[in-house]
Design a protein around this ligand. Sequence first.
Ligand code: ADP
Ligand code: MG
Length: 452
Amino acid sequence: GCERLAAELPEQQFNTWIRPLPPAELSDDAEGGLVVTLKVPNRFKMDWIRSQYGARIEALLAELSGQSVRVELQLAAREPQAIRVASPLPVQASLPIADGGPAVRASDTPALATHRLNASLTFENLVPGRANQMARTAALHVAGAPGVMYNPLFIYGGVGLGKTHLIHAVGNALLRDKPDARILYLHAEQFISDVVKNYQRKTFDELKAKYHSLDLLLIDDVQFFAGKERTQEEFFNAFEALLAKRAHIIMTSDTYPKGLADIDERLTSRFDAGLTVAIEPPELEMRVAILLKKSESEGAPMPEDVAFFVAKNVRANVRELEGALRKVLAYARFSHKDINIGLAREALKDLLSIQNRQISVENIQKTVADFYKIKVADMYSKKRPASIARPRQIAMYLAKELTQKSLPEIGELFGGRDHTTVLHAVRKIGGERQKNSELNQQLHVLEQTLKG
Ligand code: ADP
Ligand code: MG
């Protein structure tokens, strides 16, 4: 179950929230269901895990066990004192410990001294392409001369497109040039948990000392600050202090600053004050280049025609591309066969059949109509009130995005509308989606539903 969860969740999230938990205890409940008890170190983590992952864990375990599953979260008893004293960092034993858990784990506090950079994420192994050109150029610039230009640098884009890789690359490059540069990489969730910890312990001065003394702060996925007012305030303070002394700040996010929901306008306007750049999904050539490079560095270079085959079929993002590559390489290794298109097709069978499962325009119309609670017939009707016209435009947009149909064909299926009407809808919804996070969210749900 843990492995499945690891595969489903972004690595950072998994590492931050799930991996540190001790193994679960299993028991049966009265109705023959399974109760899984997880011990969590403190109340904050308990709430967070319950709200963010509870349902997901239950669903996953239910699927794996074939039983109904209830996840219970319990506060873990405090670690015995002896363990802490025996830890390699005895200094920390004297820090005040918040009630409700071992807030001071040996692995938490050394962040004061370490940069938390992943040394394997470098510019050298980041394949350049049109999709990341701007972001990469800006990042290289900052790595070469931090604090001078493009401060703050704000990098946004969808999942698996290389944002995390890119900011680690900046940190690693700077570290190589200037080994004593004070650099810190943090996922936004780690920052949040730091703030909470210091809040409990009333040790904001420590927090300040930690963040305000850096040369380069890399904060990943700032969209996680949404709704966390206290965190935003602390981040704002750190932000101002760092900029005032010309330290560099690089942030990543899944959307551009003004598109961030539930983050104080005071902050988002600061985010936008330096340079904001997007990373786009890689185009075909770049996907091929990534496959060639990664397979080569795995010591099993992929022939170009195979790389094209895989790249044509796996389009969403680099993370998925890597997954596909791993499958193909593993398959070749186990079957002792050479890598060719036939083998790749075989290795990616499941993945391809999911992708090829035809999404029909009819299916899209029905799904969208259900979602917005209108009649399917209104998809073809001439009615114009916004409550109907908008879902219809959304359905047209999805039809263009998720099927191979041409604009005139789609128009035909929407009650004989002109292709320019379809084009208008596609552009309008596509453009709005970039700016309107609520719409983007809805489209996301619809896409997931349609893709099964
Ligand atoms: P994000 O943070 O945008 O979700 P990541 O940085 O975690 O994405 O990237 C996902 C995976 O894809 C990582 O293993 C990363 O090394 C790899 N990756 C992304 N972009 C590139 C690229 N241009 N060249 C090589 N590898 C890449
Ligand atoms: Mg990331």
